[in-house]
Every structure is written in structure tokens, then in C-alpha cells.
Write a protein that binds this ligand. Sequence first.
Ligand code: ADP
Ligand code: MG
Length: 619
Amino acid sequence: MMEKFFNYFDRGLLVILLIPLIIFNFPIFPKSLSEIIFIAASIIGTIPVLISGIKSIKGKRISVDLLASVALIASMVAQEWTSAAFINLMLTSARIFGNYTKNKARSSIESLLKLRPKTAKVKRGNNILEIPIEQIKVDDLIVVESGERLSVDGTVIQGEAAINQASLTGESVPVNKKAGDQVFSSTLNESGSLVVKAEKVGKDTTLEKIVQLVEESQKGKPKIRSIGDAFASRYIVITVSIAILVYLITNDFNLVLALLLVACADDIAVAIPMVFWAAIGYAAHRGVIIKGGEFLEGLAHVKTIVFDKTGTLTRGKLKVQQVHFYKGFTKEILLHYAASAECVSNHPIAKSIMEYVVNEKVSYKKPEIFKEIPGKGLAVVYDSKKIFSGHLSFIKESKIKITAEQSREIEGIEAQGYTVTIVGCNDKLVGYIALADELRHNSLLVMQQLKQAGVEKLIMLTGDNKSVAARVAKELVLDEFHAGLMPQDKLKYIKGALQKDSKMAMVGDGVNDAAALSLADVGISMGAIGSDAAIEAADIALMRDDLREIPEMVRLSRYTLKIAHQDFWIWGAVNVIGFALVFGHVIGPVGAAAYNFITDFLPLLNSARLFKLHLQLKK
Ligand code: ADP
Ligand code: MG
């Protein structure tokens, strides 16, 4: 409401101010009339600036509006109405331009919402009804034909389709979806047809969450902006002091007024936030949610990146390589026990074991009681038996009898680079399942790109065994790795790393590492689509499961900061030149106000370069 009012207020004022300025030299307008308009417009225009200036004093801040108020009052006292009009012209146009860019950044995010269809086909009994999406409820069955976009997040019940998820992930290669797979609102069915059970509708969908998060991100304050503010307040104090000093020495009020008119600046306060909005909006269209300008800024300064292993550097889709059972058991029993425990877990190991067991057509049942110990494994009660499935050290802790020879055998398998899950029942060792994970095919390239981008240290943390970790670290040429870590050890490591001066980022998949992600200077989660935990824990969430976005975001963050710094330099240079012109008596108050009005656009135009990135996206 208020915002709308001020929009019209600013535009109206701009017109009123421009008319007499333009026809200033054409005497078709009686001079007295144009003066009256000037005076009226100056007074009206001063009111909002003055209010904001006073507000800033109350908030114990010194703002640019305060300086503008001083300049405006000074010029009105001196009855320099043309100067006052120019300052007002400058302030209103800066406000209009600022609002314009803010809206542009916002609409770039909201354009995502437009991809959501307005109606959906819902199956009710034997009928298919087309209803507005606001009326869809959880558990409704939605029919999605080829060429249509999804209206909800949900699970495929029936059918098969190639789904283009570019609206959320930025990746336009379609993904095949079949019964049991998750699908998301706003994604496009390119071919095939699906029946989807709605699980999240309206505000709860991933799409809406992304838009909300990105909009909130604009409230956060990156340091460069705070530095900007601190700098601005010092700058204002110095300028006002100098102005007073100059007046005391020269007694030349016009000179002082001209000085204030050059100094009073609104542009930098708009130019800097604009850079961050543009960058965050661009990232959102690539499927990367950045939760605030401060994280973009943090990423630009990152010297150390810590990676989780499973599901981050590796694909997290492990393949069962060996199944070994001990005397008194069979392969079926081993798999039956393992599955009856692992079926409650979300861990990549659990998912891989379950896939294998289902393929082998071995039956399993949900355990009666279960407990997942992060970084160790599972302890469950199934069929009145205690079943354990997990890491060797965990099995030993669980008082399962294991001979030195068996222990050596398992360590031997680990030394070959396998991740071994050991299964125990009550106090007996049942057997083990050896799994192997693959590196993501582009992870070496990504590590090289990060090094080239100036990241000094690449570190891997893992709960997996040392042999597997060493192999991965060697293949990716990492600087450091730490294996056999519990989630709390990972936290401790991050805490230690945070004490060092340089910034560090942590990259994980949100499984078992949410705490570490939120502790790091910049927490980055991968493959966040479909995982609320991964979106919530991270400062930067990559919707797509693609490591290549990390160097891309490092580059974006550096570019953003570069432009923000350039804005400061341009602003500084413009002011220095302006002061020289004033002291050299080249320009008086009117000239100073006009100079300021014109040069105000330079940092804004520089910031606008970031919007060019959006154009690249559309290609
Ligand atoms: P990473 O650090 O590689 O992401 P985690 O911390 O998630 O690994 O797990 C560390 C180790 O704990 C795994 O290598 C595995 O041995 C064991 N583990 C954790 N969860 C499970 C599970 N659900 N089933 C079997 N083993 C598990
Ligand atoms: Mg993990």
C-alpha cells in the first residue's frame, strides 16, 4: 500500500520537477510561476527525505538521507530553489530506479511461479474433473498428460513419462519418471502420461518454497553493504565537518552548499543491493537457492572447501560386490536380516542394500523397534531378535562375538577399497556385504576448477573406512582427508576449521551432515530437490545433483563482489572530481546538483551489468 503510494508520489514529483527545469530557458512560462512550482516541489520533495533522515537519527544511524536533508535545508535557506529542485530530482529518480530494479529482481523470481498451471485434472472415482489448482487436496490423484506441467509435488502412482525439471533445477535434459518416483510442481511432462498422488500442494510445494526463500534472501545484509553503511556514516560525518570548516574559513555559503550537493549520495545505497538481487535471481534460475547476499559474499572469500564423501563426491549409488555369510547362516538369512534393518534408513548404503535384496527376491519385514546411529549403522529388534547392521567398529561395540581372524578378513576387504556393512544377530556374526561406490564422473574436473578459481584447500571428511577414503582422495588429488569420523567428529573438525581466519565452505547431501552444513561459514547442499532437510540446513542449496554448480557459484560470487567494489570506486572517483570542480569554482550549487544527478547513474549502470547474465540464461 505505502509502497504503491510512494511509487506514484515519486513519479508525480519527477514530472513536476522536470517541467520547469526543461523550460527553464524558454520564457513561455512566466518566471514567477516556474519559481513557485520549484518552491512547492522542493518543499514537498523534502518531506519524505527529512522523515527518513530523522528516522535514521532515532535508530542511531547516519544515513545518506540525513546528508540529503542537510543539503536540501541548506539550499532552501539560501533560497537556491533550482539546486533544491535538482537534489530532489536526483533523489526521486534514484528511488524510482531503485524500485524498478528491485521489482525486476522480484519478478525474475516470481516468473517461476507463472510456470505452475492454473488448473489440473483430478481423478474422482471414475471421472476426471478439471479443477483450479487451489482446490487440489493432499492425496488427490492428478492426471498429467504429455505437454502439461505438474500442479503439485507428489509420487507417481501409474504411468511413465519424460519430465523436464528445468523450472526447478535449471537442467533441461528430461528425467524418466515411473511409479514410485517423486515429481514436482511446475515441471513439464514432455512425453508420456502419469497419474500422480498429490503430497504437497500450494504453499508447501518445492516451487513455492524456493520463491519464498529467495525473496527472504533479499532481507539479509551482506557485509559489503554493512561496510557500505559504516563507510557512509563516516563519510557523512567527515563531509559535514569539512563543510562547516570551509564555511568558517571562507564564509562562502554557495561554496559550502555546492560541496554538500556533490557529496550527497543516494546511488551507492541502491547500486550495492541491486548487485546482490540480480545475482541471487540468476542463481535461482539455474536451480541454485542462495539464502542471502552474505553467503554469496562468503563464497567469494572461501579458501577451504570441505566435502562429505558418500553422495557428494561419490554418486552415493553403491553396488553390492560381495555377500559373505558365516557358518550357521545362509545368504538368504543374511540378506533377510540386513533388509529388515536397513529398510527403515535413508542412508545411501541402506538404499543400495534394499535395491539388491529386492532384486534377489529375498523377503523382509519392518522391524518392531529400530534405532539408527548416524555414522555407525542400525540397531533394530526384529522377530524378537536384536539385529545390527553397520560399520565394523559399531558391530564390535555391540558385543557381537568376532574372532581376530574374522576381523582381519573384513579389514582385508576394506583395504581393497570396499565399504563393508557387517550384519550381526543377538551376539552372533551373520556375515557382511561389501559395497563399492563410484566417483561422480565430473568430480575430478570440478576439483581442478575450484583450485584454478583460487580455492586453496580441498578436504574430504567421511565416516567410511580409511582405504576407501584414501582411494577417493588420491583420485581427486585432495589436499587432506579424514576417515572413520562420526557425525560429531565432523562437527568438531568444522569448528576447528572455523577458528582459522579464512572462510570455509562445507558441501554435503544433507544426510547425516545437516549440523555441519549449518555450522560452516557457507553450507552447500547437493541434490536438494525432494529433500526438505537439505534445503533447510544449507545456506546454498543446489537443486540439481551436480557438483559443477559449485565452481560456477564461486565464479558468480566473485563477479558479484567485483561489480560491487567497482561501484564503490566509481562513486568515490565521481565525488573527488565533483569536489575538485567545486573548489575550482567551475560549478556552483546548481551545477553541483546537476552534476550529482547525472553521475548518480554510473554505479547503477555498472550494477545493471549483472542483469546481462539473465539474458544468457534465456539463450
Ligand atoms: P559419509 O561420511 O561417507 O557420508 P556416514 O557418516 O553417513 O558416511 O556413515 C559412515 C559409516 O557408517 C558408513 O560408511 C557405514 O559404514 C556406516 N553406516 C551409517 N549408516 C549406515 C546404514 N544405514 N547402514 C549401514 N551402515 C551405515
Ligand atoms: Mg553422508
